[in-house]
Unconditional design. Structure first.
Length: 102
């Protein structure tokens, strides 16, 4: 929808977020642009980096971790996460974060 960040897509059951993950980073960061860039200190083994990415996004956007699912790129740096919930409310919350961090 107009006004949504480029990395966000609305679906019937929530939204999807495209991101590029960087495991084993020196520090945890979150940057937005055409693609959401997420750096986490966790290693990319046994799903630790994916869990750290979900922890960071859930805390930043004040959403429950249970709403997040990695739908594409489980073992890749390029990932798509599905976030279940009301699409307009989720997109609004994330767009608000993008404006504030911008």
């Amino acid at each position: 929808m107009q006004g949504d960040p480029a990395f966000l897509r609305r679906t019937a059951t929530g939204i999807t977020v495209a991101l590029r993950a960087q495991p084993r980073a020196r520090r945890t960061t979150l940057e937005c642009g055409d693609v959401l860039k997420v750096a986490v200190t966790a290693p990319a083994e046994d799903g630790k980096a994916n869990a750290a990415v979900i922890d960071l996004l859930a805390a930043t956007w004040r959403l429950p971790k249970s709403a997040f699912t990695v739908t594409r790129g489980t073992t890749s740096r390029d990932k798509v996460l599905s976030i279940s919930g009301e699409p307009d409310r989720l997109a609004g919350r994330i767009a608000e974060w993008v404006r504030a961090s911008g």
